[in-house]
Design a binder for this molecule. Structure first.
Ligand code: PRX
Length: 652
């Protein structure tokens, strides 16, 4: 069900924001892209614009045509052949960057590792050989369920090297979520670890993987990294230690020549149904898009230490921890654990210690830092920083200002980057050496990208609010949903003709700046993570006590949105605080800990239309404590009144 227009209060808040920040002169002078005319030049000839970036990569065979656009199907760099791992690793390992750090890693307990491009080359080759030996061939799917350790990037690059399609599943997802994703992709091999460290304890990944593996008949082998030495059970014939398969493997594995449109990876994300969708990304266009945006948005230079704090399990980790930066020969810093372990200043200590120059994180993290207080960053030397970025959710101007002032010390440009799992690459963002920023605005489409605002009638809005629309194909765009063509067309291409529908509300101001306002579908953004309300509802009704459930989001000071569940119990089941706790736990177990609901509201009935559709909009009004909107289409208008009274009493 589509919500109506994005909330007008949100638009008003942003309308009042008048502060502007020009790029500092010193930054502007040395930025990778300094010429403001680039926007116009790119728009004049979009294909040449992208082709120039593509030609900075190494191709085994050059493309015949830049783009074939048969909406909704795009082919980029048609008939070109290349290998992503060659471009991210071999290329630099065989150059003067051979001994440059590719990945600098720190574990939560404090261990340090540095992998030069040469070392990364060795590891990727060896693991690619190991995968081949386990029977993985081009086109096979490999699931990856790992903590934030260098082996996660190595595993992805090794898959890319042999043409296997990886499907990384975030380590915070439950066994059941992992099993669903493995089964949907029919993965042949699972790569995992015994565990990973988070807030001082071991997250038992192998235990959860074992639970998933009882229902995943497609998996033939499991490779396990011995990260925590926690001695998990290993199943004979199926489970192999990473260090053992590496020990037996050949030192070199030739990179597979991949067609530009061959699959690189599948990444599952939440949509408006109960079942997550496997977004698919291909090879040539994706690499070109993430290479170009990493180079210009993060202004990567050989001397930088670049840190994107996202987990590799999310698209941000794919595009801007692994592929984009490594294709630029960057030095990527990677940290395994929590920002508040052992204390609230861990991130700032890491920046100080490794002299991090570029830092990219999520608004939800920034809001947590704000809450913890300025004394933590103030105690650390953050003078190495020269550029800050945010992604994942709308950033409220106050959080932007705090980040600018206390982390950037008022000298670093802040790039608020809007994009999605589906877009593969950043689409709306400042170019830090060119664009004057406004707190809370992601500013303008990247050169070569075309976006606008549409109203409910499908007309373009020059100034004002409406739905965000992307009107031209871009190289890293999704090519489909794995195994579900119908859903691909339905969700992204059926609202307007030949125009991509991201399901985000946005506003465009007089100067053409975009202000993102959040989702307009039934997808929540909790702590920067996308969660479908239907997924949570399915998990709830799966509990034996629950008859019916409706889930809505409610603004949350730190997480952005929190999950509120309205639940109707089966006949004869008693409401209790204990049952509410059980239901929260049940959802966390079914989907993952990140999805634990904030509130469970028991209700005798849920408000429905006469045709039986649950009216989530009204439930949201109740959760927000708002005056109720139009209730005339309800089958029983009194249900809402009763529910509202009950909710207000519960809160008191
Ligand atoms: O609502 C938008 C929000 O995150 C959604 C995409 O989520 P996901 O696919 O998980 O990818 C997140 C990381 C790329 C979008 O539909 N979003 C992402 N970045 C921003 C944002 N909202 C406002 N401002 C942003 N910078």
């Amino acid at each position: 069900m589509m919500k109506t227009q994005p909330q007008s209060e949100a638009i008003n808040v942003f309308l009042e924001e008048k502060r502007t920040f020009e790029p500092p002169a010193s930054f502007r002078r040395s930025a990778n892209i300094q010429d403001p005319d680039i926007y116009e030049r790119a728009a004049r000839d979009v294909e040449s614009f992208w082709a120039r970036f593509a030609s900075e990569l190494v191709w085994m065979k050059k493309w015949d045509r830049v783009l074939e656009w048969d909406p909704p199907d795009a082919k980029w760099f048609v008939n070109g052949k290349l290998n992503v791992s060659f471009n991210c690793v071999d290329r630099w390992a065989k150059s003067e960057f051979r001994n440059k750090a590719a990945i600098i890693w720190e574990g939560e307990p404090g261990e340090e590792r540095t992998l030069t491009y040469e070392v990364l080359y060795r590891e990727v080759n060896q693991f690619a050989s190991a995968l081949k030996k386990l029977g993985v061939a081009k086109g096979d799917r490999v699931a990856i369920y790992m903590p934030m350790i260098p082996e996660t990037a190595i595993a992805m690059l090794a898959c890319a090297r042999i043409g296997a399609v990886h499907s990384v599943v975030f380590g915070g997802f439950s066994a059941e979520s992992l099993a669903d994703r493995i089964n949907d992709a029919q993965a042949k091999v699972l790569i995992t670890a015994d565990g990973g460290y988070r807030r001082g304890s071991v997250v038992p990944l192998k235990r959860d993987a074992d639970a998933a593996l009882t229902k995943t008949p497609s998996i033939e082998h499991v490779v396990v990294v011995d990260r925590c030495h926690s001695n998990p059970p290993m199943k004979d014939g199926r489970d192999r230690w990473w260090h053992e398969v590496m020990g037996d493997a050949q030192k070199f594995c030739a990179p597979e020549p991949m067609d530009s449109e061959d699959l690189l990876y599948i990444l599952y994300t939440s949509g408006t149904t109960g079942k997550p969708k496997g977004v698919i990304h291909t090879t040539g266009g994706y690499l070109t898009g993430v290479y170009a945006t990493a180079k210009w948005v993060f202004d990567l230079k050989p001397s930088d230490v670049y840190w994107c704090s996202a987990d590799i399990g999310w698209v941000t980790g794919h595009s801007y921890v692994v592929y984009g930066p490594l294709a630029n020969a960057a030095t990527v810093f990677m940290y395994e654990g929590a920002p508040n372990w052992p204390e609230n200043d861990r991130f700032w200590k890491l920046i100080e210690k490794y002299r991090v120059t570029i830092f990219y994180t999520a608004p939800t993290a920034i809001r947590a830092f704000m809450k913890w207080g300025t004394e933590w960053p103030e105690r650390c030397d953050l003078s190495s920083l020269r550029l800050l970025g945010t992604v994942g959710e709308p950033i409220n101007p106050e959080a932007w200002m705090w980040y600018h002032k206390y982390i950037g010390r008022e000298k670093c440009p802040v790039v608020d980057t809007w994009w999605q799992t589906e877009t593969g690459m950043i689409l709306i963002t400042p170019l830090p050496g060119i664009v004057t920023t406004k707190p809370g605005s992601a500013t303008k489409p990247f050169p070569g990208v075309e976006a606008c605002i549409m109203n409910g009638q499908g007309e373009k809005v020059e100034v004002g609010g409406g739905y965000l629309a992307i009107t031209k194909p871009w190289p890293a765009m999704l090519r489909g949903i794995y195994g579900d063509r119908k859903r691909y067309i339905q969700e992204y291409w059926s609202r307007w003709d030949k125009i991509y529908f991201p399901a985000d509300g946005a506003k465009r101001d007089e100067e053409g700046y975009f202000w993102l306002l959040g989702r307009v579908d039934d997808v929540l953004n909790v702590a920067g993570h996308r969660i479908g309300t239907m997924e949570v509802e399915s998990a709830l009704v799966d509990h034996m006590s629950v008859a019916e459930a409706a889930v809505v989001g409610k603004p949350h000071e730190i997480k952005g949105e929190a999950i509120v569940c309205f639940v109707t119990l089966k006949e004869g089941i008693q409401r209790s605080a204990d049952l509410a706790k059980q239901l929260k736990e049940h959802v966390a177990n079914k989907i993952g800990k990140i999805v634990r609901p904030e509130e469970i509201i028991f209700s005798a009935e849920l408000p429905k239309t006469r045709s039986g559709k649950i009216m989530r909009r009204l439930l949201k009004d109740i959760a927000l404590g708002k005056v109720l909107g139009d209730t005339t289409t309800l089958a029983d208008p009194d249900v809402v009144k009763r529910l509202k009274e009950q909710y207000e009493n519960t809160e008191a």
